[in-house]
Design a protein around this ligand. Structure first.
Ligand SMILES: NC(=O)c1ccc[n+]([C@@H]2O[C@H](COP(=O)([O-])OP(=O)(O)OC[C@H]3O[C@@H](n4cnc5c(N)ncnc54)[C@H](OP(=O)(O)O)[C@@H]3O)[C@@H](O)[C@H]2O)c1
Length: 327
Protein backbone atom coordinates (compact mmCIF):
# COMPACT_ATOMS: atom_id res chain seq x y z
CA UNK A 1 0.00 0.00 0.00
CA UNK A 2 0.96 3.67 -0.40
CA UNK A 3 1.26 5.93 2.65
CA UNK A 4 2.34 9.42 3.59
CA UNK A 5 5.29 8.84 5.93
CA UNK A 6 6.97 11.00 8.57
CA UNK A 7 10.63 9.92 8.79
CA UNK A 8 12.09 12.96 10.59
CA UNK A 9 10.40 15.59 12.81
CA UNK A 10 9.60 18.68 10.76
CA UNK A 11 7.16 20.68 8.68
CA UNK A 12 4.77 19.04 6.18
CA UNK A 13 7.28 19.29 3.30
CA UNK A 14 9.42 16.65 5.05
CA UNK A 15 6.65 14.03 4.61
CA UNK A 16 7.19 11.48 1.80
CA UNK A 17 5.00 9.04 -0.11
CA UNK A 18 6.29 5.48 0.37
CA UNK A 19 5.28 1.97 -0.56
CA UNK A 20 4.71 -0.14 2.58
CA UNK A 21 3.65 -3.70 3.41
CA UNK A 22 -0.13 -4.07 3.73
CA UNK A 23 -1.23 -4.16 7.40
CA UNK A 24 -2.62 -7.40 8.86
CA UNK A 25 -5.37 -7.39 11.51
CA UNK A 26 -4.41 -8.86 14.90
CA UNK A 27 -6.87 -9.97 17.62
CA UNK A 28 -9.70 -7.42 18.14
CA UNK A 29 -8.44 -5.40 15.16
CA UNK A 30 -9.65 -4.64 11.64
CA UNK A 31 -7.97 -3.43 8.46
CA UNK A 32 -9.80 -0.54 6.80
CA UNK A 33 -9.51 0.48 3.15
CA UNK A 34 -9.30 4.27 3.59
CA UNK A 35 -11.57 6.24 1.24
CA UNK A 36 -11.16 9.62 2.94
CA UNK A 37 -9.02 10.99 5.80
CA UNK A 38 -9.79 14.30 7.52
CA UNK A 39 -6.89 16.63 8.37
CA UNK A 40 -6.85 17.98 11.92
CA UNK A 41 -4.57 20.49 13.66
CA UNK A 42 -2.97 17.81 15.89
CA UNK A 43 -1.66 16.13 12.68
CA UNK A 44 0.56 19.15 11.95
CA UNK A 45 1.76 19.20 15.58
CA UNK A 46 2.51 15.47 15.77
CA UNK A 47 4.88 15.51 12.75
CA UNK A 48 6.88 18.30 14.45
CA UNK A 49 6.97 16.37 17.77
CA UNK A 50 4.95 19.18 19.38
CA UNK A 51 1.88 17.14 20.44
CA UNK A 52 0.86 15.34 23.62
CA UNK A 53 2.38 12.00 22.55
CA UNK A 54 5.53 11.08 20.58
CA UNK A 55 5.16 8.32 17.98
CA UNK A 56 8.22 6.22 17.07
CA UNK A 57 9.80 7.28 13.76
CA UNK A 58 9.06 6.44 10.99
CA UNK A 59 5.27 6.59 11.25
CA UNK A 60 2.19 7.42 9.15
CA UNK A 61 0.30 10.47 10.49
CA UNK A 62 -3.47 10.94 10.25
CA UNK A 63 -5.95 10.57 13.08
CA UNK A 64 -9.37 10.32 11.43
CA UNK A 65 -10.70 8.50 8.37
CA UNK A 66 -13.70 6.79 6.81
CA UNK A 67 -13.61 3.64 4.73
CA UNK A 68 -14.60 0.00 4.35
CA UNK A 69 -13.56 -2.93 6.55
CA UNK A 70 -11.34 -5.16 4.39
CA UNK A 71 -10.45 -7.87 6.93
CA UNK A 72 -10.89 -8.64 10.63
CA UNK A 73 -8.70 -10.39 13.19
CA UNK A 74 -9.60 -12.96 15.85
CA UNK A 75 -12.28 -12.18 18.43
CA UNK A 76 -14.07 -9.58 16.27
CA UNK A 77 -17.82 -10.13 16.34
CA UNK A 78 -19.25 -6.62 16.01
CA UNK A 79 -17.88 -5.97 12.46
CA UNK A 80 -17.46 -7.80 9.18
CA UNK A 81 -15.64 -7.17 5.89
CA UNK A 82 -17.62 -4.71 3.77
CA UNK A 83 -18.89 -2.63 6.71
CA UNK A 84 -18.52 1.16 6.34
CA UNK A 85 -16.81 2.76 9.33
CA UNK A 86 -15.19 5.90 10.72
CA UNK A 87 -11.88 5.43 12.58
CA UNK A 88 -10.38 7.85 15.11
CA UNK A 89 -6.81 6.80 15.91
CA UNK A 90 -3.50 8.30 17.13
CA UNK A 91 -1.84 7.86 13.72
CA UNK A 92 -1.92 5.90 10.45
CA UNK A 93 -4.92 7.34 8.57
CA UNK A 94 -2.96 9.02 5.71
CA UNK A 95 -2.54 5.72 3.85
CA UNK A 96 -4.48 3.43 1.54
CA UNK A 97 -5.07 1.03 4.44
CA UNK A 98 -5.23 1.40 8.20
CA UNK A 99 -5.06 -1.24 10.95
CA UNK A 100 -7.12 -0.14 13.94
CA UNK A 101 -8.45 -1.57 17.20
CA UNK A 102 -12.15 -2.34 16.88
CA UNK A 103 -12.84 0.06 19.78
CA UNK A 104 -11.61 2.95 17.60
CA UNK A 105 -14.25 2.27 14.93
CA UNK A 106 -17.75 3.74 14.63
CA UNK A 107 -20.24 2.50 12.03
CA UNK A 108 -20.78 5.10 9.29
CA UNK A 109 -24.54 5.63 9.00
CA UNK A 110 -26.18 4.90 5.64
CA UNK A 111 -26.56 8.03 3.54
CA UNK A 112 -23.40 9.71 4.85
CA UNK A 113 -20.55 9.69 2.32
CA UNK A 114 -16.94 8.87 3.19
CA UNK A 115 -15.66 12.45 2.78
CA UNK A 116 -18.28 13.85 5.18
CA UNK A 117 -17.73 10.94 7.58
CA UNK A 118 -13.97 11.60 7.68
CA UNK A 119 -14.50 15.30 8.49
CA UNK A 120 -17.07 14.90 11.23
CA UNK A 121 -16.39 13.05 14.47
CA UNK A 122 -13.30 14.75 15.85
CA UNK A 123 -14.47 18.33 15.25
CA UNK A 124 -18.16 17.91 16.05
CA UNK A 125 -17.50 15.42 18.88
CA UNK A 126 -15.18 17.94 20.53
CA UNK A 127 -17.54 20.88 20.05
CA UNK A 128 -20.58 18.99 21.35
CA UNK A 129 -18.76 17.57 24.40
CA UNK A 130 -17.39 21.05 25.18
CA UNK A 131 -20.63 23.02 24.79
CA UNK A 132 -23.13 20.45 26.09
CA UNK A 133 -21.31 18.55 28.86
CA UNK A 134 -18.54 20.93 29.93
CA UNK A 135 -20.24 24.35 29.54
CA UNK A 136 -23.92 23.31 29.87
CA UNK A 137 -24.68 25.97 27.24
CA UNK A 138 -28.33 27.03 27.58
CA UNK A 139 -30.88 28.41 25.16
CA UNK A 140 -30.65 32.21 24.97
CA UNK A 141 -27.06 32.39 26.25
CA UNK A 142 -24.34 34.16 24.23
CA UNK A 143 -21.48 32.02 22.91
CA UNK A 144 -18.20 33.49 21.65
CA UNK A 145 -16.24 31.17 19.30
CA UNK A 146 -12.57 32.06 18.65
CA UNK A 147 -10.87 30.73 15.48
CA UNK A 148 -14.46 30.27 14.38
CA UNK A 149 -13.87 29.30 10.74
CA UNK A 150 -11.49 26.43 11.65
CA UNK A 151 -12.48 22.77 11.93
CA UNK A 152 -13.65 22.76 15.55
CA UNK A 153 -14.71 26.44 15.31
CA UNK A 154 -17.32 25.95 12.56
CA UNK A 155 -18.58 22.87 14.41
CA UNK A 156 -18.96 24.99 17.58
CA UNK A 157 -20.99 27.62 15.70
CA UNK A 158 -23.45 25.01 14.37
CA UNK A 159 -23.74 23.17 17.69
CA UNK A 160 -24.14 26.47 19.55
CA UNK A 161 -27.06 27.33 17.26
CA UNK A 162 -28.54 23.82 17.64
CA UNK A 163 -28.45 24.32 21.44
CA UNK A 164 -30.30 27.64 21.08
CA UNK A 165 -27.48 30.11 21.79
CA UNK A 166 -26.72 33.45 20.19
CA UNK A 167 -23.33 32.93 18.49
CA UNK A 168 -20.58 35.54 18.04
CA UNK A 169 -17.92 34.16 15.67
CA UNK A 170 -14.39 35.60 15.76
CA UNK A 171 -12.20 35.09 12.68
CA UNK A 172 -9.25 36.89 11.10
CA UNK A 173 -10.52 37.76 7.60
CA UNK A 174 -13.77 38.93 5.98
CA UNK A 175 -13.81 35.79 3.80
CA UNK A 176 -13.63 33.59 6.90
CA UNK A 177 -16.28 35.68 8.69
CA UNK A 178 -18.65 35.29 5.71
CA UNK A 179 -18.27 31.50 6.01
CA UNK A 180 -19.04 31.71 9.74
CA UNK A 181 -22.27 33.59 8.94
CA UNK A 182 -23.19 30.96 6.29
CA UNK A 183 -22.84 28.33 9.04
CA UNK A 184 -25.20 30.16 11.38
CA UNK A 185 -23.21 32.79 13.31
CA UNK A 186 -25.41 35.70 14.41
CA UNK A 187 -22.44 38.09 14.51
CA UNK A 188 -18.97 37.79 13.02
CA UNK A 189 -16.09 39.95 14.28
CA UNK A 190 -12.38 40.43 13.61
CA UNK A 191 -10.71 39.22 16.81
CA UNK A 192 -7.32 40.50 15.72
CA UNK A 193 -8.65 44.09 16.05
CA UNK A 194 -7.23 46.06 18.96
CA UNK A 195 -10.65 46.86 20.41
CA UNK A 196 -11.90 43.26 20.79
CA UNK A 197 -13.00 43.80 24.41
CA UNK A 198 -14.95 46.95 23.46
CA UNK A 199 -16.54 45.16 20.50
CA UNK A 200 -17.72 42.32 22.73
CA UNK A 201 -19.04 44.76 25.34
CA UNK A 202 -21.03 46.57 22.63
CA UNK A 203 -22.45 43.31 21.24
CA UNK A 204 -23.64 42.21 24.70
CA UNK A 205 -24.87 45.58 26.02
CA UNK A 206 -21.98 45.58 28.49
CA UNK A 207 -22.97 42.22 30.03
CA UNK A 208 -20.27 40.02 28.51
CA UNK A 209 -20.51 36.57 26.95
CA UNK A 210 -21.76 33.48 28.79
CA UNK A 211 -19.53 30.88 27.15
CA UNK A 212 -16.18 31.18 25.32
CA UNK A 213 -15.05 28.36 22.98
CA UNK A 214 -11.28 28.90 22.75
CA UNK A 215 -9.18 26.71 20.39
CA UNK A 216 -6.67 29.55 19.78
CA UNK A 217 -4.98 30.55 23.06
CA UNK A 218 -2.16 33.11 23.08
CA UNK A 219 -3.14 36.68 24.04
CA UNK A 220 -6.77 36.13 22.94
CA UNK A 221 -7.54 33.95 25.96
CA UNK A 222 -7.12 36.77 28.49
CA UNK A 223 -9.10 39.30 26.40
CA UNK A 224 -11.94 36.78 26.02
CA UNK A 225 -11.86 35.94 29.74
CA UNK A 226 -12.03 39.67 30.54
CA UNK A 227 -15.12 39.85 28.27
CA UNK A 228 -17.00 37.17 30.19
CA UNK A 229 -20.32 37.71 31.97
CA UNK A 230 -21.04 36.81 35.60
CA UNK A 231 -20.94 32.96 35.95
CA UNK A 232 -19.50 32.47 32.45
CA UNK A 233 -17.66 29.31 31.33
CA UNK A 234 -14.44 29.73 29.30
CA UNK A 235 -13.62 26.47 27.48
CA UNK A 236 -9.92 25.71 26.90
CA UNK A 237 -9.91 23.69 23.66
CA UNK A 238 -6.43 24.21 22.20
CA UNK A 239 -3.59 26.55 21.30
CA UNK A 240 -3.57 27.01 17.51
CA UNK A 241 -1.82 30.33 18.13
CA UNK A 242 1.19 28.35 19.39
CA UNK A 243 1.31 30.00 22.82
CA UNK A 244 -0.18 28.47 25.98
CA UNK A 245 -1.56 31.52 27.82
CA UNK A 246 -1.19 32.33 31.51
CA UNK A 247 -4.18 34.26 32.86
CA UNK A 248 -4.66 36.17 36.16
CA UNK A 249 -6.65 33.84 38.44
CA UNK A 250 -8.43 36.80 40.08
CA UNK A 251 -10.50 37.26 36.89
CA UNK A 252 -12.36 34.02 37.63
CA UNK A 253 -13.10 35.24 41.17
CA UNK A 254 -14.36 38.66 40.06
CA UNK A 255 -16.72 37.16 37.48
CA UNK A 256 -17.69 34.03 39.42
CA UNK A 257 -16.72 32.27 36.21
CA UNK A 258 -14.95 29.00 35.35
CA UNK A 259 -12.00 28.09 33.15
CA UNK A 260 -12.94 24.63 31.89
CA UNK A 261 -10.51 22.18 30.25
CA UNK A 262 -11.76 20.01 27.36
CA UNK A 263 -10.01 16.80 26.21
CA UNK A 264 -12.31 14.94 23.84
CA UNK A 265 -10.00 11.96 23.17
CA UNK A 266 -9.72 11.17 26.87
CA UNK A 267 -13.49 11.67 27.34
CA UNK A 268 -14.28 9.11 24.62
CA UNK A 269 -12.00 6.53 26.30
CA UNK A 270 -13.10 7.31 29.88
CA UNK A 271 -16.84 7.76 29.38
CA UNK A 272 -17.92 5.47 26.51
CA UNK A 273 -21.59 5.41 27.53
CA UNK A 274 -21.88 9.20 27.51
CA UNK A 275 -19.99 9.32 24.19
CA UNK A 276 -22.41 6.78 22.68
CA UNK A 277 -25.28 9.15 23.61
CA UNK A 278 -23.43 12.09 22.03
CA UNK A 279 -22.96 10.06 18.83
CA UNK A 280 -26.71 9.46 18.57
CA UNK A 281 -27.41 13.20 18.85
CA UNK A 282 -24.64 14.15 16.42
CA UNK A 283 -25.71 11.66 13.74
CA UNK A 284 -29.36 12.68 14.21
CA UNK A 285 -28.51 16.37 13.70
CA UNK A 286 -26.23 15.51 10.74
CA UNK A 287 -29.03 13.51 9.10
CA UNK A 288 -31.46 16.41 9.67
CA UNK A 289 -29.06 18.85 7.99
CA UNK A 290 -28.62 20.90 11.19
CA UNK A 291 -24.90 20.11 11.06
CA UNK A 292 -23.18 20.75 7.73
CA UNK A 293 -19.46 19.84 7.80
CA UNK A 294 -17.64 22.10 5.31
CA UNK A 295 -14.95 20.38 3.26
CA UNK A 296 -12.95 23.16 1.60
CA UNK A 297 -10.85 20.86 -0.60
CA UNK A 298 -9.91 17.24 -1.29
CA UNK A 299 -6.30 16.15 -1.91
CA UNK A 300 -5.01 12.89 -3.39
CA UNK A 301 -2.54 11.10 -1.08
CA UNK A 302 0.40 12.26 -3.24
CA UNK A 303 -0.47 15.89 -2.37
CA UNK A 304 -1.38 15.18 1.26
CA UNK A 305 1.59 17.15 2.58
CA UNK A 306 0.16 20.25 0.85
CA UNK A 307 -3.07 19.82 2.82
CA UNK A 308 -1.15 19.87 6.11
CA UNK A 309 0.85 22.91 4.92
CA UNK A 310 -2.36 24.79 4.05
CA UNK A 311 -3.77 24.12 7.54
CA UNK A 312 -0.58 25.36 9.17
CA UNK A 313 -0.64 28.48 6.96
CA UNK A 314 -4.16 29.33 8.25
CA UNK A 315 -5.67 28.98 4.76
CA UNK A 316 -8.53 26.65 5.70
CA UNK A 317 -12.16 27.25 6.63
CA UNK A 318 -13.74 24.01 7.78
CA UNK A 319 -11.81 20.90 6.82
CA UNK A 320 -9.42 19.45 4.26
CA UNK A 321 -9.74 15.79 3.33
CA UNK A 322 -7.14 13.43 1.81
CA UNK A 323 -8.61 10.79 -0.53
CA UNK A 324 -6.07 7.93 -0.81
CA UNK A 325 -8.04 5.92 -3.38
CA UNK A 326 -8.31 8.78 -5.93
CA UNK A 327 -5.55 8.98 -8.59
N1 LIG B 1 -9.31 19.70 23.35
C1 LIG B 1 -9.64 18.81 22.44
O1 LIG B 1 -10.16 17.74 22.75
C2 LIG B 1 -9.38 19.15 21.00
C3 LIG B 1 -9.97 18.42 19.96
C4 LIG B 1 -9.73 18.83 18.63
C5 LIG B 1 -8.90 19.92 18.37
N2 LIG B 1 -8.32 20.56 19.42
C6 LIG B 1 -7.44 21.73 19.21
O2 LIG B 1 -8.22 22.79 18.67
C7 LIG B 1 -7.37 23.64 17.91
C8 LIG B 1 -8.00 23.89 16.55
O3 LIG B 1 -8.03 22.67 15.80
P1 LIG B 1 -8.66 22.66 14.33
O4 LIG B 1 -8.48 21.29 13.80
O5 LIG B 1 -9.99 23.30 14.35
O6 LIG B 1 -7.61 23.64 13.58
P2 LIG B 1 -7.89 24.66 12.35
O7 LIG B 1 -8.96 24.12 11.49
O8 LIG B 1 -6.56 24.93 11.77
O9 LIG B 1 -8.46 25.97 13.07
C9 LIG B 1 -7.65 26.73 13.92
C10 LIG B 1 -8.06 28.20 13.80
O10 LIG B 1 -7.24 28.92 14.71
C11 LIG B 1 -6.97 30.20 14.19
N3 LIG B 1 -5.54 30.55 14.43
C12 LIG B 1 -5.12 31.58 15.17
N4 LIG B 1 -3.80 31.65 15.19
C13 LIG B 1 -3.35 30.65 14.43
C14 LIG B 1 -2.04 30.19 14.05
N5 LIG B 1 -0.93 30.82 14.47
N6 LIG B 1 -1.95 29.10 13.24
C15 LIG B 1 -3.05 28.46 12.83
N7 LIG B 1 -4.32 28.84 13.16
C16 LIG B 1 -4.46 29.93 13.94
C17 LIG B 1 -7.30 30.19 12.70
O11 LIG B 1 -8.35 31.11 12.47
P3 LIG B 1 -8.10 32.65 12.11
O12 LIG B 1 -7.20 32.73 10.91
O13 LIG B 1 -9.45 33.17 11.87
O14 LIG B 1 -7.44 33.26 13.34
C18 LIG B 1 -7.82 28.78 12.42
O15 LIG B 1 -9.02 28.80 11.67
C19 LIG B 1 -6.00 22.96 17.85
O16 LIG B 1 -5.15 23.54 18.82
C20 LIG B 1 -6.30 21.52 18.21
O17 LIG B 1 -5.20 20.86 18.77
C21 LIG B 1 -8.54 20.21 20.70
Amino acid sequence: MKALVCKTWGLPETLAIEQMADPVAGPRQAVIRVHAAGVNFPDVLVIQNKYQFTPTLPFVPGSECAGVVESIGEDVTQLKPGDRVIAVVESGAFAEKLRADVGALTPLPAGIDFVTGSAFLLAYGTAYHALHARAALCEGETLLVLGASGGVGLAAIEIGKALGARVIAAASSEKKRAICREHGADEAIDYTAADLKKMLAALTAGRGVDVVFDPVGGPFTEVALRSCAWRARHLIIGFANGEIPRVPANLTLLKGCALVGVFWGRYVRSEPTAWARDLQTLFLWLGQGRLRPRVQMRYPLERGAQALAALLARQVSGKLVITPLSQ
